[in-house]
Design a protein around this ligand. Structure first.
Ligand code: G1P
Length: 270
């Protein structure tokens, strides 16, 4: 507050576009065709923004404009697993992708992490494939943290998954980065999951249930040059905006030299 009083945080611009547009561009680049947007308050702003006809009148045609969008509402914020449960009829018994609308994956990689995840998932068919990123030890309490089974390479299986652990209890510093490929078995697991941290229903807890029942869960690590930009706190939002402004094709170089001068000026006045 007050930035998101009358609009969802997914509509906050990062660089030239709202967060949600970065996310749907990533979905299109990863080969997805149909997107169900599950949102709470302020849903209309998202729907209006992704209106294909309006977008095509204002911008050049882009691949995300070929996506088919469907909309559903989670009226109470009861947790990520509660939101995912709404997608059961949409998934139609097939594996599906979950992408959190408040996380942008910045990538310089030819193949976005989500596309690599879909490939891994299709060839090995685990119960879930999760994108993970290393985070500082003192930040583990904000994320779902995985316990790798053996050495954690680029793709690796896990033996545990815990939501928002304290740094002393965290099994690693590899955090779920807001992208999942899931088998429909997760819906049944969600029905059997009890509310966890903060009384919410967490996807992490549903996935841990599947692990306990002997199902395999794989992780795909974000590569060098790939970062998750988070708009969830003011500091991370400022950082996300600066990152994308530096990557701006037209103004990136000017922004970089302005920032250097701006920070140099601060150094000199101390
Ligand atoms: C959610 C997930 C968490 C994940 C995080 C990434 O948490 O529950 O496992 O690491 O997104 O953004 P939230 O940000 O909703 O608290």
């Amino acid at each position: 507050m007050p930035a998101t009083r009358s609009q969802p945080k997914e509509m906050l611009p990062v660089g030239r576009k709202p967060t949600i547009q970065h996310v749907v561009e990533e979905l299109a680049a990863s080969g997805l065709r149909e997107v169900l947007l599950i949102s709470g308050q302020g849903k209309r702003a998202i729907e209006d923004h992704l209106d294909r006809d309006a977008a095509q009148n204002e911008e050049e045609h882009q691949p995300w404009m070929d996506l088919s969008f469907f909309h559903a509402r989670q009226s109470q914020p009861r947790g990520l697993a509660d939101a995912v449960a709404i997608a059961e009829p949409f998934a139609g018994g097939q594996p599906f992708v979950v992408a959190l609308g408040d996380s942008i994956i910045l990538t310089r990689s030819q193949k976005p992490v989500l596309q690599r995840m879909v490939e891994v998932h299709e060839s090995r068919r685990p119960a879930a494939t999760i994108a993970v990123e290393e985070v500082p030890r003192d930040a583990v309490g904000r994320y779902g943290i995985v316990a790798p089974k053996g050495a954690a390479g680029h793709v690796f299986p896990i033996r545990g998954f815990v939501e928002k652990p304290s740094p002393s209890k965290a099994p690693s510093n590899l955090a779920a980065a807001g992208r999942y490929v899931l088998e429909p078995a997760v819906f049944d697991a969600i029905r059997r999951t009890k509310p966890g941290v903060r009384g919410e229903l967490w996807l992490t807890d549903a996935l841990r249930l599947l692990l306990k029942e002997g199902r395999e869960i794989l992780c795909v690590r974000l590569r060098k040059g790939e970062h998750r930009l988070d708009i969830g706190t003011f500091l991370s939002y400022y950082q996300a905006f600066v990152e994308l402004s530096l990557a701006d094709a037209e103004h990136g170089a000017a922004m970089r030299s302005w920032l250097r001068k701006r920070i140099g000026r601060e150094g000199r006045s101390k």
